[in-house]
Design a protein. Sequence first.
Length: 317
Amino acid sequence: MASEPKTLQEAIIYFADPGNCVSYLVARRWKDGVVCPACGSKNVAFVASRRLWQCKTRHPKAQFSIKVGTIFEDSPITLDKWLLAMWMLANCKNGISSYEISRATGITQKSTWFMLQRLRLALQGEDGGKLSGQIEVDESFIGGEGRNMHADVKARKIQGRRGPMGKAIIAAVLERGGRVRAKVVDRRKKKDLQAFVREHVEPKSALYSDALKSYEGLGNEYAHEVIDHAEAYVRGQVHTNGLENFWSLLKRGVNGTYVSVEPYHLFRYVDEQAFRFNNRKDMDDSDRFDLAVRQIVGKRLTWAEVTGKVGETARPN
Ligand SMILES: [Zn+2]
């Protein structure tokens, strides 16, 4: 068996072998031995000719593939293509569009769009606790006209989710030298932005914001300092320049690579960029891919869910 890939080129060659796809995934999902996703039994036999496992316990769905219980479940798309798309999504700084994946793999654009939405679900990270230390908070407007959405869906999904000129609002907090948390918010009201800060930032942390009135009052819980952008952008430690880097990456992805992102789907692109941003240091492409692959388990997103026909569900493995 070849050693695990370090570059995109190596990944294409490595994952062209279906056996390598399975062994790569098994090593991350079931490092202590394969477990039946239906009943939890370890008494399973590998059917090598079909790359399936047979659970020895009698129950429905006793035969299962590596895809069962992951974002790949029920997908007819082969793992080489799934993993190639994951490699690119986890590592391309500005994201990768469904059109590019479609051209690279020969899969239809509609299918690759759905693939990417499912892969983005995997990139939604584990929480890892509140941010602490020196924190920047800011909010930004991002384009997202709901052009292609059916009018009644649009009205339902977007109502209230609009800033100036029909743009969506993203709130973000950044731990200097560390992680970012970002979220699509309905409004820039005090109630919404302060709730977002409290959800993600340890009390008593140093907090830097601009002079937006919505942040007034956070000084009771945080060492809050304000930089009034009408006067200056930096006053010693007091600035939000760390977040500017995140905003520019997010905007390059959403406005450049993806061209038209429906506001309803915007949070997935925000999560995708946050994943790359939070894993930008001390990691190479193979590390980021590895981490993303570890997050495929226990998540599903159906076509009905992704198109907003029914609510999303997370289910345990
Ligand atoms: Zn079983």
